[in-house]
Design a protein around this ligand. Structure first.
Ligand SMILES: [Zn+2]
Length: 638
C-alpha cells in the first residue's frame, strides 16, 4: 500500500530542496502531521498575539507540517481577511496550509447538517465550496458531508426509494454539482478531499457514498478516532483505528491521504496514543490532530494510569519530562499537544522498517451492513484482518460476515472459491441470511432462531500437546444454535451445555475445499470471552497463509507486514504472556526496539488423533513473549 516517506536517495535530495523552501526540517521521518483548526479557532486567529502565543505552545511540543484552516462550521463563515492573515502567518513558519469545510447547520443539535433538497441551503453549500476553493489549493471536508434531513421537501423528493437509496443519489449529485465542480471552476488547481467518519458500516444511510465519491473527489481521508470502546455511544473497538484505514485505502489505493484522531472521550492517556499508533500501523502518510483548540488543553493528570509506573509503551512520566528544542532551550510539557508529540515520536523510530500491511482478506460490499463492525472484534482477538470493497478472489482464504449478503452473487462466488481449492469462512449471521438463497447448495446447515447459553468449549484436537479438553469461558455466552446433518459436515470446535452441544467452528467439504462456519455470539463482545485455546484453533484456519500469528487471550492484536516484520499490541490493563507462532523458516525474532534476540522452540509433540498418531513434523516455531499493559512490541523475523 503506502510507501512511507523515507528520506533516502532522491527523496533526500527533494527533501533538502524543500527544506530550503521552508518545509520544516525537523518533521517526523515517516509521516506528516497536520492540525485542523475549526472555524471557531480560525476566527480567534484574527487576534495576532493569540495566534503567535498559542502556535508557540503547540509547535514546541509536537512537530507540525501542515495546518487546515476551516472556513465554515455551523453558522460561522470566517472572513477573508482573518483567513488570509492566518495563512500568511503559517506560511512564514514553513507550514503547509490547506482549507477545511464543515457542512453543519448546528453541530450541537444532533449534528444537524445541510438539507440538500432545499434550494437556499444548496446555494449556501456551493458558495462555501467556491469561497474556500478561492482561498486554498487543497480543501478537506470534515465528516459532516452527509444528510439526515427528513423535512417535507426531502420526504417528497425521496418518493418510493428507501432513505438509503435516496440519500446515496442525493449526496452523489451534491458532491459533483455543489462541491467539486464549483470549486474547480473558481480554482482549477484545487485538490478536493472528502474525510469520512468512523461509522463506516452505516454511511449509506445518511448518503455517504463510498462507491462513487472516492472517484468524484481527488482524495479521501479517514476518521480513525475510536475513543473509549466501553463508555462511548458507538462502542468502537480499538482495532478499528487500523482496519478503517485499510478499508479506505483498499477503496482508493494511493488516495487515502491520512488518518484523523481527536482527544475526546478517553479514560486513560494510552487510549489517545493507541488511536494515533494504529492509524500509523496501517500505513497512514499523514496524521491530522483534531483540533487546534484541543491541542491547547492542559494535560489531564487523571489520565495517568496505574500501569504507567511500569514503563509501558506510553510512559506518562517520560512524556512529562522537559523537551529539548533544537536551539538548546527546554520546554516543560503543558498541553495535549505534548501527548500527541510524545506518542508520535515513539512509533516514528520504527515505522520505516515496516512493509505493506497484510491480513486475512475480508469482503464488505459497498453500502452493506450486517454484523456491524464485527471485523474489528476479530482484530481484537488477534486475527490480522484486511477489509476490501471487492471480492478478493485471489485469496486462499476469505472471511465473510453478514454484510457480504449485499452481493447478490455471493453464493456463486463462494462456490467459485471452493471449486478452485480455496477456503471460505462465513459467519453464522451470513449463513442465516443466505438460507433459502442457495447456500444449501453447498451444505445443508440451519442457523436456527434458538439460542444456547454456553460456557464450555470442546476442542476436537489437542492444544499444545494436551489431549482434547474442556475450556471454559470467563462468562456465559449466548449463541445461535446451528443444526447440521450427521456425517455430512463436521464440528471443529464445539460448545457443551446441559448435556447438549452446538458448533462454534463447523466445516463442510465442497469440491476441492472446505467451507467453514464460525458461530458469532449474540453480543460480539463475548468473542473476547472465548478461551485462548478456542481463538487459537480459529486462527489456525483463518491465518494459515500468514507467516506469523499470536496465541493468547483476546485483546492482544497483531499487525503483520509483507517484509517479515510484525507488531504485537496488548490492549489489556495487565501484563500478558503470549506465544508467537511463526513458520519454521524463521529461526529468530529480533525485538526492533530493544535489540533483544529471541529463539523459538518446536511446538510440543503432535497430538494423538483417534488411534492414529500424526507423524508429520510441525512446520511451526513458538516464541514466548511478555507484553506490558497497553503496550506493543515490534519484531523483525530472522
Ligand atoms: Zn430536507
Amino acid at each position: 500500500m503506502q510507501t512511507h516517506i523515507r528520506r533516502s536517495g532522491w527523496a533526500a535530495f527533494v527533501f533538502i530542496i524543500l527544506s530550503f523552501a521552508g518545509y520544516p526540517a525537523d518533521g517526523y521521518e515517516n509521516f506528516k502531521v497536520a492540525i485542523y483548526a475549526p472555524a471557531q479557532n480560525v476566527q480567534m486567529m484574527g487576534e495576532p498575539n493569540w495566534l503567535k502565543e498559542n502556535w508557540e505552545i503547540i509547535s514546541r511540543q509536537v512537530k507540525v507540517d501542515k495546518i487546515y484552516l476551516e472556513t465554515h462550521r455551523d453558522v460561522i463563515l470566517v472572513d477573508e481577511e482573518t483567513i488570509t492573515e492566518a495563512k500568511k502567518f503559517f506560511e512564514s513558519k514553513g507550514i503547509e496550509v490547506a482549507g477545511g469545510i464543515t457542512y453543519t447547520i448546528m453541530e450541537s443539535n444532533r449534528f444537524k447538517t445541510f438539507c440538500y433538497s432545499n434550494p437556499e441551503q444548496r446555494r449556501r453549500a456551493r458558495e462555501v465550496a467556491e469561497y474556500t476553493a478561492r482561498l486554498f489549493d487543497e480543501v478537506i471536508l470534515d465528516d459532516f458531508f452527509f444528510t439526515n434531513c427528513k423535512c417535507k421537501s426531502c420526504i417528497k423528493a425521496k418518493g418510493k426509494k428507501s432513505w438509503t437509496q435516496f440519500r446515496l443519489g442525493l449526496m452523489d449529485k451534491a458532491a459533483r454539482e455543489l462541491i467539486v465542480k464549483p470549486a474547480k471552476a473558481v480554482n482549477p488547481k484545487v485538490k478536493m478531499v472528502i474525510k469520512y467518519p468512523n461509522w463506516y458500516e452505516h454511511f449509506q444511510g445518511c448518503g455517504y457514498n463510498l462507491e462513487t465519491e472516492p472517484k468524484i473527489f481527488d482524495g479521501i481521508y479517514t476518521g480513525t478516532e475510536t475513543r473509549d470502546p466501553v463508555y462511548t455511544d458507538q462502542h468502537l473497538q480499538q482495532y478499528q483505528s487500523y482496519l478503517i484505514m485499510r478499508y479506505l485505502e483498499n477503496i482508493k489505493p494511493g488516495g487515502n491521504g491520512g488518518g484523523w484522531v481527536d482527544t475526546g472521550a478517553i479514560q486513560y492517556m494510552d487510549r489517545y496514543a493507541e488511536q494515533l499508533w494504529l492509524t500509523l500501523f496501517a500505513g497512514a502518510r499523514e496524521i491530522t490532530l483534531f483540533n487546534f483548540g484541543r491541542m491547547l488543553q492542559p494535560i489531564p493528570q487523571e489520565l495517568r494510569a496505574d500501569w504507567h509506573s511500569t514503563k509501558t509503551s506510553f510512559d506518562f512520566d517520560e512524556m512529562m519530562q522537559p523537551i529539548k528544542l533544537e536551539d538548546g532551550t527546554t520546554v516543560k510539557p503543558s498541553t495535549m499537544a505534548r501527548a500527541a508529540g510524545y506518542a508520535l515520536e515513539q512509533v516514528d523510530k520504527f515505522l520505516g522498517k515496516l512493509g505493506k500491511p497484510i491480513g486475512v482478506k475480508s469482503y464488505k460490499p459497498y453500502h452493506s451492513t450486517g454484523e456491524d463492525f464485527l471485523h474489528n472484534y476479530l482484530g481484537m482477538c488477534g486475527i490480522a484482518m484486511d477489509l476490501e470493497p471487492e471480492f478478493p478472489a485471489d485469496a486462499n482464504i476469505i472471511f465473510l460476515a453478514e454484510s457480504a449478503k449485499f452481493d447478490g452473487r455471493i453464493v456463486d462466488k463462494i462456490k467459485g472459491q471452493l471449486t478452485a481449492g480455496k477456503c471460505v469462512m462465513i459467519t453464522s449471521g451470513l449463513l442465516k441470511a443466505l438460507q433459502g438463497k442457495g447456500i444449501e447448495d453447498i451444505v445443508e446447515l440451519r442457523c436456527t432462531d434458538k439460542k444456547a447459553v454456553i460456557n464450555q468449549f470442546w476442542r476436537r484436537r489437542a492444544f499444545w500437546g494436551r489431549r482434547g479438553a474442556i475450556q471454559e469461558s470467563s462468562s456465559n455466552i449466548i449463541i445461535p444454535e446451528i443444526k447440521y446433518l450427521t456425517n455430512d459436515s463436521w464440528e471443529e470446535i464445539s460448545c457443551l451445555t446441559s448435556g447438549n452441544g452446538y458448533p462454534i467452528l463447523h466445516s463442510a467439504d465442497y469440491a476441492n475445499s472446505k467451507l467453514y462456519v464460525l458461530t458469532i455470539p449474540d453480543n460480539f463482545g463475548d468473542l473476547y470471552n472465548f478461551p485462548a485455546e478456542v481463538l487459537t484453533q480459529i486462527k489456525e484456519v483463518l491465518m494459515k497463509d500468514l507467516y506469523v500469528r499470536v496465541d493468547g487471550p483476546s485483546q492482544v492484536a497483531i499487525f503483520v507486514y509483507d517484509n517479515d516484520t510484525f507488531i504485537v499490541e496488548s490492549f489489556l490493563p495487565e501484563s500478558v504472556e503470549v506465544k508467537i507462532v511463526t513458520d519454521k523458516r524463521i529461526s529468530k525474532l529480533r525485538d526492533v526496539l530493544s535489540g533483544e534476540e529471541l529463539s523459538g522452540e518446536e511446538p510440543p509433540e503432535p497430538p494423538m488423533r483417534g488411534r492414529r498418531r500424526q507423524i508429520q513434523e510441525s512446520d511451526k516455531l513458538v516464541f514466548d513473549i511478555k507484553i506490558k499493559p497497553h503496550s506493543y512490541r515490534v519484531f523483525q523475523c530472522e
